[in-house]
Design a protein. Structure first.
Length: 341
């Protein structure tokens, strides 16, 4: 079973517009409202593909009532922790003419310490039956610095791989805590590490304790970056840190042609693919990368986040993977794994 945690859930509202024109009035059909947040999207995709999944998150206020009702109707197994603060909203405006999506995310309200304790308790209770733990999405402003390392530590103590998809300082925290897989995009990686070179940015995360970095690059596909040896994630977990002067194992996956559509759930679909394979005992980076690239592309073809197109097996067969050369980090490189900026 895949256990997902969404620390900062949202009621997702999606409008499809013929085109978006700045500073003009637009008309659209009623928005589609869905219980969202990155971990919820992961659970939806995994559940729809027949994998066992359970989503854990918070819920509060009037927005939370709509959130809870939609999630109940979806059939995705879940546990909701009641909180005083209202569940935030996330607004997606899809420009049909350009195939682009504009997203506005409310920041969210930080739960109390007691409410966070209830969330952590739900995770601890769910782990005995889980094969993988996924922690996805942003943290609300003011969230305790200890929350993410605590959740990762609980997963590691339970002996399950932990996938984390987050951004900012939390990405570095996740690496320090020994997350098995991190899935940033290029902008998130650069923001967290202060390095423009994505390979060197991934090296920082690996040296701090992660085993595999799945790096989303939009139309240019995805990279899987790990220590050159050993190959499997289970073997890598035995060595918590990578020699900062060592070489890396880098694979680049992409489709022959890019796809137009709604990319808002593409990264979540990639995480779901990784989680489903890890839950099935498959931890080879190349297999994970191929499935993650295919599911990410299949998500772009769907109007809402949390879904993938049924053509994903064809997309998976079409994925092209090639190794990229990686030079060892230069001894003259000003590198401090605890202070990458």
């Amino acid at each position: 079973m895949i256990l997902t945690v969404t620390p900062n859930p949202a009621l997702d509202l999606t409008w499809h517009l013929d085109s978006i024109r700045v500073a003009e009035t637009h008309r659209a059909d009623a928005a589609v409202a869905r219980a969202g947040g990155k971990g919820l999207n992961v659970a939806r995709v995994a559940h729809a593909q027949g994998a066992g999944a359970r989503a854990i998150t918070t819920v509060g206020g009037r927005t939370g009532e709509e959130f809870a009702a939609e999630l109940q109707a979806s059939g995705v197994p879940h546990r909701l922790v009641p909180v005083a603060g209202s569940t935030r909203r996330s607004i997606a405006l899809v420009d049909e003419s350009l195939g682009d999506t504009t997203v506005v995310n409310e920041r969210g309200i930080n739960p109390t310490d007691a409410e966070w304790a209830m969330l952590v308790g739900e995770v601890a209770d769910g782990l005995p039956g889980a094969g993988v733990l996924v922690i996805s999405g942003s943290l609300p402003p003011g969230a305790p610095d200890t929350l993410l390392p605590l959740l990762i530590g609980i997963g590691r103590d339970a002996g399950v791989p932990v996938i984390v998809d987050t951004s900012g300082p939390a990405l570095l925290q996740a690496a320090d805590a020994g997350a098995s897989v991190l899935k940033p995009n290029a902008a998130e990686l650069a923001e967290a590490t202060g390095l423009d070179d994505p390979i060197e940015g991934a090296r920082v995360l690996l040296d701090r304790g992660a085993s595999l970095v799945l790096l989303s690059r939009g139309a240019d596909g995805m990279l899987a970056i790990s220590a050159a040896a050993p190959r499997s994630l289970s073997e890598r977990s035995e060595t918590k840190r990578v020699d900062p002067l060592g070489t890396l194992h880098i694979l680049h996956a992409r489709l022959p042609a890019s796809l137009a559509g709604n990319p808002t759930g593409a990264g979540d679909a990639a995480v779901a693919a990784c989680a489903v394979l890890l839950d099935a005992g498959v931890d080879d980076p190349e297999q994970i990368l191929r499935r993650a690239t295919a599911w990410s592309a299949a998500a772009v073809l769907m109007p809402l986040a949390g879904e993938i197109h049924s053509s994903w097996p064809d997309l998976e067969r079409a994925v092209e993977i090639r190794p990229l050369p990686a030079e060892p980090a230069s001894p003259s490189h000003d590198y401090d794994p605890k202070d990458p900026e």
